[in-house]
Design a binder for this molecule. Structure first.
Ligand SMILES: CC(C)(COP(=O)(O)OP(=O)(O)OC[C@H]1O[C@@H](n2cnc3c(N)ncnc32)[C@H](O)[C@@H]1OP(=O)(O)O)[C@@H](O)C(=O)NCCC(=O)NCCS
Length: 171
């Protein structure tokens, strides 16, 4: 298994991997256009010629980056691809001297293995303003926020004060 930064020709395989896990809401769906635009965020794991896993690191700034779009091909699960992928993304975050890595997940036990701890999503306003406000589950989120490093020193967002007209946001 080899990890490397993704390049544009990988986009179709990344798209297929993410599509496996988006119908049930495990991952946010990504279009080919979005993936092409953000392909430099991605790391892939190869087994021979095949891409068997992908994941991305989205930069908000030196204070915060987010691990997202983590997907291991179902036939390759349980063989260490997830581990090498997360380790490669954390190395990338270290290279960029990022102070805090965050993520939102339904499988906290997996990420706890890499030193992630629970956080309240209210202390991650970058994520809230980027994604959560557009999400129909804003006030019924079933994911937990996790972080590794030093949490940004910010005034927490008061989610209960946010009343967003979801239909307007979808337009
Ligand atoms: C979660 C996922 C990335 C794990 O990848 P994987 O290649 O199967 O994981 P690995 O084989 O590298 O396992 C590494 C360790 O994590 C553990 N692990 C794997 N899946 C786990 C899970 N769902 N929950 C808790 N621990 C898990 C393994 O037991 C192993 O532990 P060990 O090192 O103590 O033996 C993969 O199952 C996946 O793509 N799931 C669907 C998409 C998804 O949920 N993405 C994350 C969204 S936030």
């Amino acid at each position: 298994m080899l990890t490397r930064r993704a390049i544009l020709p990988d986009v179709e395989q990344i798209h297929k991997l993410i599509a496996v896990y988006s119908p049930d809401g495990t991952l946010l769906p990504r279009t080919l256009a979005e993936l092409s635009e953000n392909v430099r965020d991605f790391v892939v794991v190869e087994d021979g010629d095949e891409i068997i896993a992908c994941g991305a690191l989205h930069f908000y700034g030196r204070h915060l980056t987010e691990i997202r779009s983590i997907a291991v091909c179902p036939t390759h699960k349980g063989k260490g691809a997830g581990r090498v992928l997360i380790e490669a993304l954390l190395e990338e975050a270290e290279l960029h001297k990022i102070k805090c890595v965050c993520l939102f997940t339904r499988i906290p036990d997996f990420f706890a293995k890499f030193g992630f701890d629970y956080a309240s999503r209210e202390v991650l306003p970058d994520k809230i303003y980027k994604d959560c406000l557009k999400c129909p589950r804003l006030h019924a989120c079933d994911e937990v926020a996790m972080y590794r490093g030093s949490l940004p020193k910010v005034t927490p967002v008061k989610l209960e004060d946010i009343h967003v007209p979801i239909t307007a946001l979808r337009a």
